[in-house]
Design a protein around this ligand. Sequence first.
Ligand code: NAG
Ligand code: NAG
Ligand code: NAG
Ligand code: NAG
Ligand code: NAG
Ligand code: NAG
Ligand code: NAG
Length: 688
Amino acid sequence: MDVLAVRLSSRPLSIFVVSLLIAAAAIPQGTSAAHKKTVDQKLREESTLSTFSNLIHNNLIANHTFEVRQATIFAPTNDAFDRYPKDIEGNVVLYHMTNLAQTLDQLKDSLSSELDGNPPLWVTRQKSPDGKEDIYINNAKIIRDRSNYLAKNTHSKNQVLHVLDEVLEPVTSSVPDSPIYNPDAFLFLDKFENLELEHRLRSFRQRVQQNNKADIFKAEGRHTFFIPVDEGFKPPPRPEKIDQKVIDGHVIPNRVLFTRATPCDEDYETLAFGDNLRVTISFTVQPDGKGSKLYVKSNTIVGDPNHATGVVLAEIVKANIPVKNGVVHLIHRPLMVVDTTVKQFLESIKGIGIEKEDGPLYRFYEMIVDHGSEFMTKITKLKSLTLFAPSNSAWNNSNLNNLIHNKEKMMEILNLHLVEQRLSLDDIKDNNMKQLFQVETAAKRKNLYFNILTSNENNITLTVEGGGVNATVIQPNIAATNGLVHIIDRVLGVPYTTVYQKLETDPMLNKTFHLGQQERFNEQLNDTRKRFTYFVPRDSAWEKAEIHSPSAHKKLFMKEFSYHVKQILERHLVVDHAYNMADLMKIANSTVVLPTVRDVLKIRVKEIEKNGADTNGTGYYLEWQGERIHVFRPDVECTNGVIHVIDSALLKESDVIVTGGSMPSSLLLSPLSFLAQLVPLFIVKFLL
Ligand SMILES: *[C@@H]1O[C@H](CO)[C@@H](O)[C@H](O)[C@H]1NC(C)=O
Ligand SMILES: *[C@@H]1O[C@H](CO)[C@@H](O)[C@H](O)[C@H]1NC(C)=O
Ligand SMILES: *[C@@H]1O[C@H](CO)[C@@H](O)[C@H](O)[C@H]1NC(C)=O
Ligand SMILES: *[C@@H]1O[C@H](CO)[C@@H](O)[C@H](O)[C@H]1NC(C)=O
Ligand SMILES: *[C@@H]1O[C@H](CO)[C@@H](O)[C@H](O)[C@H]1NC(C)=O
Ligand SMILES: *[C@@H]1O[C@H](CO)[C@@H](O)[C@H](O)[C@H]1NC(C)=O
Ligand SMILES: *[C@@H]1O[C@H](CO)[C@@H](O)[C@H](O)[C@H]1NC(C)=O
């Protein structure tokens, strides 16, 4: 810089000044400690750090440090102080400095602060999505481009300034007569009455003492501790369930996890992670009425007779309390303990925590209370059940408004979310290995269909489709005594796509979609002013047609044949009316003639009798031209109609035999032609 200034000095003054400014800005801070403002001066001049500057200059020890000692200063911005709910008292500013000057790359896992007792500051390095590294001091993030300011003080001691976006909060005593300095997790729990804390921890402390587990809270090193507050120890049998293993399940060893510095939904092994019992913990964010809340969840992957498998969610009521051997988070209920029914879980989760704010399932709970008292009775009585519970934001669906006053429909929608057996993610995974897994719901004749999407071994996503809605499970396996709750991102049975969009996105309906792209057949299906009933052959229907009649099938997918394909598809589509299967059953028990786009569809609809000879299980079938066609997925509801997924196309060999000229005779269909075809030529038949 000096060289640069000399060389430029022969130039006109204005250019010199500008160049100098540019040069000064380009020199990385911290590379040269000479001829620089001291950290003290820098702090006094930075208007956005004035709050911290005042605090530190009014503190005798800190003020003196500037003059005579080495130091690293962590300065929270004024904004950080504005957000901080408390007054900064006593020596708390000393918690923001150390007696060793360290630039960012010199920071180790922990630093010793200058506060009485020298409590540690914990350092976490996190790769951010853009590849850069974020550094956290406890839960505060270092603002990189304002940090790493290195300068010598008047006694030639190195000092470094880093800027933080949050105030650091140490544990402080509330009883001046018997102060507690730098407590470890055990001392924190043992003496919480003497600390500034709005929560009581007696019940957990008692269980720790009775189970002789003090040692794990005293262990030196760097650990993460979860401590449930007293409010979380109801109902009465709960305290006894806090045994040694459960206490182990509240500690993540050898990691200090502050909430902002920890990725969500990453599993960490707890002390209860051995051959016979395996429990992990992760952090998770759940949206609520006002924004989102931070939860912690235990996942008992392998349980034993006293410890049920499954997930337990607990809201964090006070996060990020730094202690000598790590960090403590206070939670609203014990982890691992499964002692509530599904109903009790819903009741507790709707207004979880101390302030009775809205929990992650409060909208679902409201819906049940407002529209489904019978539903509540049902889930209370069931011994074994699985509930697919839509998240709060899932209910933000304008199509729901039309249904909300229809009691029968609302009851059906609720029932669609209930399966009367216990289905864990693993159960579904195992069942889905060979074939698409489906289960009956409490809604009559409505099934759920599952799919597992695997992007890698550790990341599987479960999707569930019900009533035409494809939802993703965002929180699986929440355990209750009589079953499981999976949180999903959409309300099942409340359509959100047009017939067009459904075809476009459903992998099972891909072939029909692509056939319909010819001759712009599909376009009409996006028209929300119309109503459709569309019998859609699923992909395997076309595939089996191919096996049965390769040449005919090949023609279907040839461009030259697109006009005829359009005509075939038109046979499957009823315009201006959305008939669900129950409607069709009523009108088509004996033969009904439905007006399709091109001709008419003459069908009968029958229910498959349970335990009957039919191998297709339960559901419906169509009778068309003497053939039985299984309805694989009935009542896929869309915003402008309904799709019934069928196992065979309404297709005859004659459809694709081109006679003479270019036009196949059988495609010149009229209502009468159906009668003429009572002697079917050859029917492409391919029941599963
Ligand atoms: C802080 O130190 C400076 C000298 O470095 C001194 O002038 C000032 O009075 C001190 N402030 C307090 C509050 O002691
Ligand atoms: C629902 O939508 C409204 C308005 O669009 C929005 O303010 C609210 O945050 C949403 N609620 C959830 C839980 O997503
Ligand atoms: C839901 O949609 C996804 C993506 O389109 C698909 O992979 C999955 O199979 C669908 N799930 C079900 C059960 O149909
Ligand atoms: C897991 O996979 C889903 C899609 O399959 C993807 O959206 C998500 O980002 C993946 N998550 C992780 C942590 O890899
Ligand atoms: C859907 O079908 C088209 C045409 O047959 C094919 O090109 C495409 O790969 C298929 N997509 C999927 C996801 O199967
Ligand atoms: C279908 O309609 C929706 C709105 O209802 C629109 O967003 C979408 O772009 C349309 N798609 C096509 C292919 O026209
Ligand atoms: C349908 O018809 C059969 C006789 O063909 C009769 O036994 C049955 O009750 C009818 N079902 C309905 C729902 O009308």
